[in-house]
Design a protein around this ligand. Structure first.
Ligand code: ZN
Ligand code: ZN
Length: 238
């Protein structure tokens, strides 16, 4: 019966075209991502970029000046397939502020595609969505980092973990000045159970200065994690 069903789905995918989230054209043969080939090619890709902090780079190096001077110890990766501008910004806004599930699936797919270039057989053990305060989640009725992590986890078969919590409510990063962003204290977060020996990935929708990831990395390493990578949909151009 399940074979019959999957055969039926495959046939329907061939017969019923998908609708592109940008140009609304109907297209076929890409059931995993509702973005037509033309719009895929117009997304602002974050390449080349620094492998440690995903900072966009102008030349073809894979490490920015700051990370060359002070390489992260222990070594970790930051992946961000899109730049947070133009179509990349539009996708994130539709996902984050209009709960655009199809846009969220596109963003998750872009992250998953990028992981294929950076990991061999061994993928990380756990995905940890950057925790949001209950107040923000209540106001928004939606947790974009959690939803993105769920899509990515479903595709790559990596479990989601919620043992890192946000203790304090802070204003959204985009409402803070640069100096305020850099002051985010470690005490903002707590870990409910140890992460001993685990290779974890922090997940967020947009990376601005990277301060939230830096602080959460420290929190996870203190809790025993052996490696803490970070994956987000888009990297702000700062
Ligand atoms: Zn399109
Ligand atoms: Zn860097």
């Amino acid at each position: 019966m399940s074979q019959f069903r999957s055969g039926l789905h495959a046939t329907l995918d061939q017969l019923v075209p998908d609708i592109c989230v940008f140009c609304h054209c109907a297209f076929r043969h890409r059931p995993e991502i509702p973005l037509c080939p033309y719009c895929t090619s117009s997304l602002p890709e974050n390449t080349p970029c620094c492998r440690f902090c995903a900072l966009p780079l102008e030349d073809s190096h894979d490490t920015c000046g700051e990370c060359l001077l002070a390489p992260p110890e222990p070594e970790h990766l930051t992946l961000a397939p899109c730049l947070y501008k133009d179509e990349g910004r539009f996708l994130v806004h539709q996902f984050k502020f209009n709960q655009g599930i199809r846009e969220g699936r596109v963003l998750a797919h872009l992250v998953c595609e990028l992981t294929a270039d950076h990991y061999d057989a061994a993928l990380p053990d756990l995905l940890i969505p950057v925790p949001t305060s209950w107040r923000r989640q209540f106001q928004r009725g939606f947790n974009p980092a959690g939803a993105l992590a769920a899509f990515i986890g479903e595709t790559l078969h990596i479990p989601i973990d919620h043992r890192v919590a946000r203790k304090k409510h802070t204003r959204p990063q985009r409402q803070l000045s640069r100096s305020e962003r850099l002051k985010l204290p470690v005490s903002t977060f707590s870990v409910q159970r140890p992460l001993t020996g685990r290779h974890v990935v922090l997940i967020d929708d947009v990376m601005t200065t990277g301060r939230t990831f830096d602080v959460l990395r420290r929190v996870c390493y203190r809790a025993g994690a052996t490696r803490v990578d970070a994956w987000c949909a888009a990297r702000a151009v700062i």
